[in-house]
Design a protein around this ligand. Structure first.
Ligand code: NAD
Ligand code: TYD
Length: 350
C-alpha cells in the first residue's frame, strides 16, 4: 500500500514513521512536509535510508503542489498530521493556523475526492486533538459525542478541520476516520511544549515557567501509544467514525513539573531541591482551558487498543531520550527558537 504521511517530520509524525516504516516493509511511506520550524529531519535518521521511505517537501496550503505530489505518489492511505500545533503561538499569531490547519486540510481532501473512486478502498485518516471539545470542569470526561467548544485559535482551527473532514464523508462519501487525542509527550517533541521545555530548562538551571497557579489538568499519553492507537483505528476502526484517544493519566501541570524535577535529578545525580526552586508562577495563558480528560472506551473496545506506558515509565524514557540526544536538541534550538522564547516569556515573568 502507498501511504502518504503529512507532517511526518514533526513530533508525532516522526514517531509514527519511526515505528511503522521498519515494521511494514511491504508499504511505501511518503512523508509530505513543509519543514517548518517544528520539523526536524534529525528525527528521521533511522528511516531515511530505508527503501520504503521517501520525503517530499510540500506546503499543503499550495494546491498545485498538493496535486503534483498526489499524482506522483497515488496514495491509497493518507495519514494527516501536518498542522501548526502550539496553542501559545496560535494566540500570538493565528493566521498560519487558519491557513495550514483549515485550508491545508481542505486541499488534501479535495485531492482525495478528485482521485478516489467510491470503491477504491482508500482512507483519509485525520489526526486531531481533544482540545476541540473545550474545557472540562472538575469532573467528567470527553466522549466522541461531546459538543465542540474550542477556546484557542489552534483548537478552533482543528475543530474546523474536523468538521470539514466529516462533511466530506457525509456529502461526498469520502472514506475518512478521525482520532481526537489528548496531550502527547515523548522523544523528539519541540521544546516549546510543556514537558520538553521543563526538562531542558531544568538541565540548564533556567526558570521553569508555570502558567497561572499550575492547577490546569492535562491527560498525558506517551507518543508511541498515540501512534499505535492511530494504526489500530486505521486497521480496525469504522469508516466515518471518530475515536477519542487518551491514557487515563490526568495530572495538574504543577505536579508534572515536580515529577520532571525528580526524574531529571535522579537521572543526572543532581539535587532535586535546587531544581524545584527553579519553578516560577507566571502570567496565565488567555483562554486557558482548565481540564482535559478522555473517555477512550470506544477505541479500546472496537480497536483493541491499550496504552503500554504509564506516566512514570513514559516520563523516564522521555527524560533519558533528551539526556542522550544533545545533538538533536542543539539543532532545534536555533535562532528561531530563541526568538520564540523571548516573545512568549519576555513579558510573562514579573
Ligand atoms: P508538530 O508541530 O511537532 O509538527 C507539525 C509538522 O507539520 C511539522 O513537521 C511541520 O513542518 C508540518 N507542517 C506544518 N505546516 C505545514 C504545511 N503547511 N504543509 C506541510 N507540512 C506542514 O506537531 P505534532 O505535535 O507532531 O502534532 C501532529 C498532529 O497531531 C497535529 O495535527 C496536531 O493537531 C495533532 N495532535 C497533537 C497533539 C500533541 O500533544 N502534540 C495531541 C493531539 C493531536
Ligand atoms: P502545552 O504543552 O502547550 O500543551 P496544550 O496547551 O496543547 O495543552 O501546555 C500544556 C499545559 O502546560 C497547558 O496547561 C499550559 C501549560 N504550560 C505552562 O504552564 N508553562 C509553559 O511554559 C507551557 C509551554 C505550558
Amino acid at each position: 500500500m502507498k501511504v502518504m504521511v503529512t507532517g511526518g517530520a514533526g513530533f508525532i509524525g516522526a514517531n509514527f514513521l519511526n515505528l511503522l516504516v521498519p515494521r511494514l516493509p511491504e508499504h511505501q511511506f511518503v512523508n509530505v512536509d513543509k519543514l517548518t520550524y517544528a520539523a526536524n529531519l534529525g528525527s528521521l535518521q533511522a528511516v531515511e535510508q530505508l527503501p520504503n521511505y521517501m520525503l517530499r517537501r510540500v506546503d499543503i496550503t499550495d494546491m498545485e503542489a498538493v496535486d503534483a505530489v498526489f499524482d506522483e505518489v497515488e496514495p491509497e492511505l493518507v495519514v494527516h498530521f501536518a498542522a501548526e500545533s502550539h496553542v501559545d503561538r496560535s494566540i500570538l499569531g493565528p493566521r498560519e493556523f487558519i491557513h495550514t490547519n483549515i485550508e491545508g486540510t481542505f486541499n488534501l481532501l479535495e485531492a482525495c475526492r478528485k482521485r478516489w473512486p467510491a470503491d477504491a478502498g482508500a482512507l483519509f485518516h485525520h489526526v486531531s486533538t481533544d482540545e476541540v471539545y473545550g474545557s472540562l470542569g472538575e469532573t467528567g470526561k470527553f466522549h466522541e459525542t461531546t459538543a465542540y467548544d474550542p477556546s484557542s485559535p489552534y483548537s478552533a482551527s482543528k475543530a474546523a478541520s474536523d468538521h470539514i473532514v466529516r462533511a466530506y464523508h457525509r456529502t461526498y462519501g469520502l472514506p475518512v476516520k478521525i482520532t481526537n487525542c489528548s496531550n502527547n509527550y515523548g522523544p523528539m517533541q519541540f521544546p516549546e511544549k510543556l514537558i520538553p521545555l521543563m526538562i531542558l530548562n531544568a538541565l540548564e538551571r533556567k526558570s521553569l515557567p508555570i502558567y497561572g497557579k499550575g492547577l490546569n489538568v492535562r491527560d498525558w499519553l506517551y507518543v508511541e501509544d498515540h501512534c499505535e492507537a492511530i494504526w489500530s483505528v486505521i486497521e480496525r476502526g469504522e469508516i466515518g467514525r471518530t475515536y477519542n484517544i487518551g491514557g487515563d493519566s490526568e495530572k495538574r501541570n504543577i505536579d508534572v513539573v515536580d515529577t520532571l524535577c525528580e526524574v531529571v535529578a535522579d537521572e543526572t545525580g543532581s539535587d532535586v531541591g535546587e531544581l524545584l526552586r527553579l519553578k516560577e508562577l507566571v502570567t496565565d495563558r488567555p483562554g486557558h482551558d482548565l481540564r482535559y480528560a478522555i473517555d477512550a472506551t470506544r477505541i479500546r473496545q472496537e480497536c483493541g487498543w491499550e496504552p503500554k506506558e504509564t506516566f512514570d515509565t513514559g516520563i523516564r524514557k522521555t527524560v533519558k531520550w533528551y539526556l542522550s540526544n544533545e545533538d538533536w536538541v542543539r539543532d532545534v534550538r536555533s535562532g528561531e527558537y530563541r526568538k520564540w522564547i523571548d516573545l512568549n516569556y519576555g513579558d510573562r515573568t514579573t
